[in-house]
Design a binder for this molecule. Structure first.
Ligand code: NAD
Length: 363
């Protein structure tokens, strides 16, 4: 049997608890793992003098795959975001966020089964910004004003939206490859090319070119504001959605909200050589150390990792076990209970035990 080396980053806040629950569930899935625990975040800063130490990055480069708990980003301390650092250091250009309604999870929509593929490196997130009032900002504004019929006000702050043909091509190809590999029927490119004719226009043009190479997968496109309305009105018409970074940030949270929120939303960050899987929720510090956080999003991120490793049967078994425990409603964390009564809820580790019992046929 293959053994997979995986870099395990527990993170902080509720991270260590949901990571441990996930490790136990994955170990019970029948797939054999050699876990390589590594630090990131404040704990790593104390130990290694860096929130994202080279030993952690080196381990992910070596194993090719990481499973990561949430990490606190303190506000206003100059502490750089580990999540943005990981993405850029490892070239994790695709953010994969599947969202599916589950019986037992309160949500305003039924039968949602959508996958958001967000470009992770470009767009307004490239970090090319000029603050209002600085001399260099004035130089940038003068330079642009001399070359454009549209004028930027002298006191403006400026953020650059950068979209490349290469970045657009690889994210749209990723979405189509994902659709093919996972039996998905349709890819929708989301953009605002009617207004941003060059940047989003380029993204759309490349998406149309790529789509021509995948005649077996249906393709269409939607303007981002219309996409939001359509998701509210007829979500069943959509399947895989692919888009530049900023729209992806917003739409993936919208879609997560449609299926019941943060506690159940997994994600993967995929690059050409390595991939890192993590829940989309943060470190929820007020729940830390209380064995009460919902481990579902992290366990489903583990299932995404299993799929990425080619262990599809094990992934489906884990997803089914999670769905059954939630549908049963007896051994779930407080946030999955209609009464949200912590005194009647299961703890993080108890919910993991219930999932493991289903996996090994005792539930
Ligand atoms: P958060 O996701 O940590 O918490 C928001 C609320 O959602 C919490 O009050 C909590 O009630 C609930 N919640 C989230 N996850 C839950 C779970 N598994 N079980 C039960 N309830 C859960 O968001 P935040 O409060 O904005 O951020 C806290 C910290 O996490 C910040 O420092 C932020 O930067 C960081 N963060 C990290 C990541 C990451 O590492 N990928 C992602 C988002 C936020």
């Amino acid at each position: 049997m293959s053994q997979y080396r995986v870099t395990l980053i527990p993170g902080d806040g509720i991270g260590p608890e949901v990571t441990e629950a996930t490790r136990r569930v994955l170990d019970a899935s029948g797939v054999c793992f050699a876990w390589e625990p590594r630090d990131a975040g404040m704990a790593a800063a104390d130990l290694h003098g860096d929130v994202l130490p080279e030993v952690t990055l080196a381990s992910i480069r070596e194993t090719g795959v990481g499973l990561k708990g949430p990490i606190t980003t303190p506000i206003g301390t100059g502490f750089r975001s580990v999540n943005v650092g990981l993405r850029h250091s490892l070239g994790l250009y695709a953010n994969l966020r599947p969202a599916r309604t589950m019986k037992g999870v309160q949500s305003t929509f039924d039968d949602i089964d959508l996958v958001v593929v967000r470009e992770n490196m470009e767009d307004l997130y490239a970090g090319v910004e000029f603050d209002a009032g600085l001399p260099e900002t004035g130089e940038v504004i003068s330079f642009l004003n001399e070359r454009s019929s549209r004028q930027i006000a002298p006191g403006a702050a400026v953020s650059i939206k950068m979209i490349t043909p290469e970045g657009s091509r690889r994210i749209v190809e990723y979405a189509f490859d994902y659709a093919r590999a996972n039996g998905r029927k349709k890819v929708t490119a989301v953009h605002k090319a009617n207004i941003m004719k060059f940047s989003d226009g380029l993204f759309l043009r490349v998406a149309q070119e790529v789509a021509a190479n995948y005649p077996d997968v249906e393709f269409n496109d939607r303007i981002v504001d219309n996409m939001c309305m359509q998701l509210m009105q007829k979500p069943d018409e959509y399947d895989v959605l692919v888009m530049p970074n900023l729209y992806g940030d917003i739409i993936s949270d919208l879609v997560a909200g449609m299926v019941g929120g943060l506690g159940v939303a997994p994600s993967g960050n995929i690059g050409p050589d390595v991939a890192v899987f993590e829940p989309i929720h943060g470190s929820a510090p007020s729940h830390a150390g209380k064995n009460e956080a919902n481990p579902t999003a992290m366990i489903l991120s583990g299932a995404l990792m299993l799929r990425h490793l080619g262990e599809r049967t094990a992934a489906a078994r884990v997803e089914r076990a999670v769905a059954e425990v939630i549908a049963d409603g007896q051994r779930v964390t407080y946030d999955l209970r209609a009464d949200r009564d912590p005194s009647k809820a299961a703890g993080t580790s108890d919910m993991a035990d219930a999932i493991i019992e289903r996996l090994v046929g005792k539930g």
